[in-house]
Design a protein around this ligand. Structure first.
Ligand SMILES: Cc1cc2nc3c(=O)[nH]c(=O)nc-3n(C[C@H](O)[C@H](O)[C@H](O)COP(=O)(O)OP(=O)(O)OC[C@H]3O[C@@H](n4cnc5c(N)ncnc54)[C@H](O)[C@@H]3O)c2cc1C
Length: 456
């Protein structure tokens, strides 16, 4: 056995991953936690108030809750690696994980806690209009729809949460649902029905999106009669469910018909010995932060039992990852509110309405501008990747950021309608636009045709 083998790796950084990390760390297993390169903290990073996580009377902001879970896991010795795992070999005897930067880790046990992503409508224009009216995150993009008309599609808790949140800004919110009853919890249904800004389009399916440069409306078909109609909409928020993030494991772990990882309930054991799964990636039924945290705890205990039964268990600390590149050390844990205001490193400078022309349009090099806001958690999650990108291309390409609330004229001029949006300027003109949080490598890939060649 390689001397660099670690006892346990946890893939994922939502409530399930951090809880598994806390338990494994307290068991002195020094777990490695792969948090994801732009999405550490999981689904709750994109919500506001969480009122149903026990222990927080009065509620807590989603990003603050995740910062606390992360801090608690780190305090007990979990090693946090801000990278995506991109390849796994889950052979029963020895397991190997490879991250985006090419580092390989050998481990004896793996806990999969990769959560679930958003489901798309599958319409032809959905991708084209993403960031131009189509969104999956009201807390990220809702503020762009002040006194506008928006639609939300879906009938579950997420759809009604999105709709209720949007009433803070929008003049009207139409909830489009393909049935005549909602799946959402009774309390949310009551709140939505009592809200004068919310109306419902029952038994309607969205069959098309209107708009060239921006969304102007959605085309509906009646699920019973097939009659066609149209709702004017400046924004469409898609909340039609989640897709378990199990693709990475598809060929190696048994999945359910819905794509969830199959576990030997009530344990978290998967079809491969030494691999455990927890949270929303296994759960088609409850999908709550507390159930994810509970199953994360169970996964860590199951993994502990598995490791104790091995003939040659490795100790939990003092081991180094295999491969040639050292793992990135865990970021110091900061409250989400503080993290919101900073970009690490000095390579990413702030420009404002007043300085934009001089520092961006007249710049002699290409300038990548990150349009962000303090209330946008996805923007904050992307900062480390952006700072890394800026450092790597320093002297060749300038990277600047614009706070859209501080510089509304510039944000409006460039029609920023989703967070984060990055625009590449060359000779004063926009030559490329990227919508949504990206990893450093996907930034490099998307901008490759514009990046100057680097001298070795
Ligand atoms: C808008 C919204 C509001 C919600 N509000 C509430 C609420 O009020 N109360 C409540 O109880 N629940 C709420 N939920 C549900 C709750 O957030 C989820 O049930 C819970 O976060 C699931 O936890 P998880 O750990 O399984 O997965 P997630 O929270 O989804 O975390 C998984 C993490 O793993 C990362 N990951 C995935 N693949 C990899 C990889 N290959 N390498 C590294 N990392 C990877 C992901 O990027 C992600 O960060 C809400 C969900 C949403 C979307």
């Amino acid at each position: 056995m390689s001397p660099t083998v670690r006892a346990i790796a946890i893939i994922g950084s939502g409530p399930a991953g951090y809880t598994a990390a806390l338990y494994a760390a307290r068991a002195n297993l020094a777990p490695l936690v792969f948090e994801g390169s732009v999405s550490s903290g999981g689904a709750l990073m994109s919500t506001t108030g969480v009122e149903n996580f026990p222990g927080f009377p009065g509620g807590i902001q989603g990003p603050d809750l995740m910062a606390l879970l992360r801090q608690q896991a780190a305090e007990f010795g979990a090693e946090l690696v801000t990278e995506d795992v991109v390849e796994v070999d889950l052979a029963p005897a020895a397991k190997r994980l490879r991250t985006e930067s090419g580092v390989e880790y050998d481990v004896q046990a793996v806990i999969v806690a990769t959560g679930a992503g958003y489901r798309e409508l599958g319409l032809a224009d959905e991708r084209r209009l993403t960031g131009y009216g189509v969104s999956w995150c009201a807390t990220c993009d809702g503020a762009f729809y002040k006194e506008k008309e928006v639609a939300v599609v879906g009938g579950g808790d997420s759809a009604l949460e999105e709709a209720l949140f949007l009433t803070r800004f929008a003049r009207s919110v139409t909830v489009v649902h393909r049935r005549d009853t909602l799946r959402a919890s009774a309390v949310l249904q009551d709140r939505a029905r009592d809200n004068p800004r919310i109306s419902f389009a029952w038994n309607k399916e969205i069959i098309g999106l209107r708009g060239q440069d921006r969304l102007t409306g959605v085309q509906l078909a009646d699920a019973r009669s097939g009659d066609l109609s149209e709702v004017p909409a400046d924004g469409l928020f898609v909340a039609i469910g989640h897709l378990p993030r199990s693709d990475l494991f598809r060929d190696q772990l048994e999945l359910t018909a819905g794509g969830h990882i199959r576990v030997q309930s009530p344990t978290t054991a998967t079809s491969v010995p030494g691999v455990f799964a927890c949270g929303d990636v296994v759960d088609a039924l409850y999908r709550q932060a507390i159930t994810a945290a509970g199953s994360g705890c169970a996964a860590a205990l199951d993994a502990q039992r598995f490791l104790a039964g091995l003939e040659t268990p490795v100790a939990g600390s003092g081991f180094r990852p295999t491969g040639t590149v050292a793992s990135r050390p865990a970021e110091p844990v900061r409250p989400a509110t503080e993290e919101a205001t900073m970009v690490r490193g000095s390579a990413v400078e702030t420009v404002t309405d007043a300085s934009f022309a001089g520092e961006v349009l007249d710049h002699d090099k290409p300038v990548l501008v990150d349009f962000w806001a303090t209330w946008c958690s996805a923007c904050q999650l992307m900062f480390p990747a952006l700072a890394d990108f800026a450092r790597e291309y320093e002297g060749l390409i300038a990277v600047k950021k614009v706070d859209v609330d501080e510089s509304p004229v510039t944000a409006e001029k460039y029609d920023i309608g989703s967070m984060p949006t990055l625009k590449l300027f060359r000779g004063g003109e926009v030559v490329h636009t990227i919508v949504g949080a990206k990893t450093k490598s996907s930034l490099v890939a998307e901008l490759s045709q514009f990046l100057p060649a680097r001298t070795p």
